[in-house]
Design a protein around this ligand. Structure first.
Ligand SMILES: Cc1cc2nc3c(=O)[nH]c(=O)nc-3n(C[C@H](O)[C@H](O)[C@H](O)COP(=O)(O)OP(=O)(O)OC[C@H]3O[C@@H](n4cnc5c(N)ncnc54)[C@H](O)[C@@H]3O)c2cc1C
Length: 477
């Protein structure tokens, strides 16, 4: 069939219907012109993904409503929607936070409803110019490209084609990816560990049993919230290399954007020096150190993108734990719970590296750790082990069909530092030989290596808008 007569199943075929894929569809539907959008998503609902499928009210966004609009042109979008949702009786527990709507930290499940409503509204707009979006519920297990577009194979062997393909596959949980130890043996961590999102499994734990958690970031915070909700009242020991907990998110006042005024800052060392000076100035004026820190966020993609691999490696090795704990902050209700458990002595946080998971007996798990500063390993046992180490960004280590096939076919290559996949600044993926695809694009977490911060709501919202404009321009040159 010639490309002239070829009619693909979709103009734009999006793989993954979490926040990224859904927001891309929203932006495409809002733009003039007729187009068929197909989203292949294995979950039953669009717009949720892992993050916004949360069912616990205690699993909240880590920023308040004023910071989490999905509309890059309207920062009040979520606040307005949330106000109406609360007024309609949707979230009676919001009273407990005692703050105005803009300062509320909404449960992530409710945020998912907001995303879904924006999709429904965009569908109505799109329908006026004949655009449609269809959710095909399946997993894409393979993808090929040709000069006319892309073709995907679904888990049931069905094939679908599109003029353009977009990888909006999100993050792959480390807990679901096999890890190898130094001898190439499969690590037993994942086999022995409870999934941090498996709330039902937490309800089955011995309420007084000692729980061991590996990882001390925001996933751990959610895990502790889930344990508490599940009725667990025993000891919780958290182990991570540096033993750093996320700081609590406060509402600092605005602070001058010092990086906008100084484009000479490029290296990690220069950035840290400048940031430290700014924080000291803030503290000397009685202002929260979070104020200067929050101005840095918007510059991170540019600084990361400009950095050499050596500088990026230095950042990852020396700064990342501090960046994670200072920047990726806890919502206040969760932080209050952690504070209480720390004060009660039920929660203990240790700087220690996991060496091995020993054999598991019924109701007992034993692990070997090396505490920071010690030479000898220590054995620790508990009733359960929870792996909250988070995300596997290296697609070569992801045990899922599509990443494997894309790599095997040479359609993608690892991104900088093997974080996600390589792409140009507009999200067009680079194949194994470095050619920029004019058919296959990516957005959100797969672009971690390109931008470092490519995951948060605001990152995804901005990328969705830019990519929609690029795709439409490519389609209607
Ligand atoms: C637990 C958690 C909490 C978070 N909290 C916050 C927060 O408070 N604030 C914030 O700004 N950000 C937060 N984030 C970041 C959040 O991931 C992003 O905001 C957003 O979810 C990224 O959307 P996504 O669609 O790219 O990825 P995902 O939400 O992971 O969605 C990807 C989707 O793709 C589907 N998929 C993958 N591969 C295939 C395939 N081969 N075939 C078909 N479907 C496929 C998956 O089923 C999934 O639904 C959180 C993330 C997590 C995991």
């Amino acid at each position: 069939m010639t490309s002239e007569h070829y009619r693909p199943d979709a103009d734009i075929l999006i793989v993954g219907g979490g926040l990224s894929g859904t927001m891309l569809a929203v932006q495409l539907l809002r733009l003039p012109g007729q187009r068929r959008i197909v989203i292949v998503e294995s979950r039953g609902e669009l717009g949720r993904g892992e993050a916004y499928s949360a069912t616990e009210l205690g699993h909240t966004l880590n920023g308040n409503a004023a910071r989490m609009s999905v509309d890059p042109d309207d920062a009040d979008d979520l606040t307005r929607w949330l106000g109406e949702f609360i007024a309609a009786g949707g979230w009676p527990e919001s009273d407990e936070q005692h703050v105005p709507v803009a300062e509320l930290f909404p449960p992530r499940g409710i945020f998912g409803l907001y995303v879904q409503q924006r999709l429904v509204e965009a569908q109505a707009v799109g329908a006026q110019h004949g655009s449609t979006v269809e959710h095909v519920r399946s997993e894409v297990i393979d993808l090929q490209t040709d000069p006319t577009g892309i073709r995907v194979t679904l888990a049931d062997s069905t094939q679908l084609s599109g003029r353009f393909g977009v990888l909006a596959t999100g993050m792959f949980a480390a807990a679901r990816t096999p890890q190898r130890d130094a001898d190439g043996e499969s690590d037993t961590l994942n086999a022995a560990a409870v999934d941090p999102w498996d709330v039902a499994a937490m309800r089955r734990l011995d309420p007084q049993g000692r729980v061991l958690i590996i990882g001390s970031g925001l996933t751990m915070v959610d895990t502790v919230v889930s344990l508490e909700q599940a009725g667990h009242r025993g000891a919780i020991d958290v182990f991570s290399r540096h033993g750093l907990l996320p700081h609590v998110r406060r509402q600092p006042p605005s602070w001058p954007d010092f990086l906008a005024a100084d484009h000479t800052i490029r290296s990690t060392r220069q950035l840290l020096r400048a940031l430290r000076e700014q924080c000291e100035q803030a503290i000397a004026q009685g202002i929260d150190w979070q104020a200067p820190l929050d101005t840095v966020r918007v510059h991170i993609p540019r600084l990361w993108n400009q950095a050499t691999d050596l500088q990026r490696r230095q950042f990852v090795r020396h700064v990342r734990p501090w960046w994670e704990s200072h920047h990726h902050r806890s919502p206040p209700p969760s932080a209050q719970l952690l504070d209480r458990l720390l004060q009660e002595g039920r929660l203990n946080v240790h700087a220690a590296s996991l060496l091995a998971v020993q054999d598991r007996e019924a109701g007992q798990v034993r692990i070997n750790l090396r505490y920071r500063g010690e030479d000898q390993p220590t054995e620790v046992s508990g009733a359960a082990l929870i792996n909250s180490t988070g995300i596997q960004y290296d697609w070569r280590r992801v045990d899922r069909a599509l990443p494997k096939q894309l790599l095997a076919r040479g359609l993608i290559q690892p991104g900088p530092l093997a974080l996600g996949i390589a792409a140009d600044a507009g999200g067009a993926v680079l194949d194994a030989e470095g050619h920029v695809s004019d058919r296959l694009f990516a957005m959100g977490p797969p672009l971690r290596g390109l931008w470092w911060e490519s995951t948060a709501v605001t990152d995804v919202a901005l990328q969705a808008k830019a990519l929609a404009a690029r795709l439409v321009a490519s389609y209607n040159p």
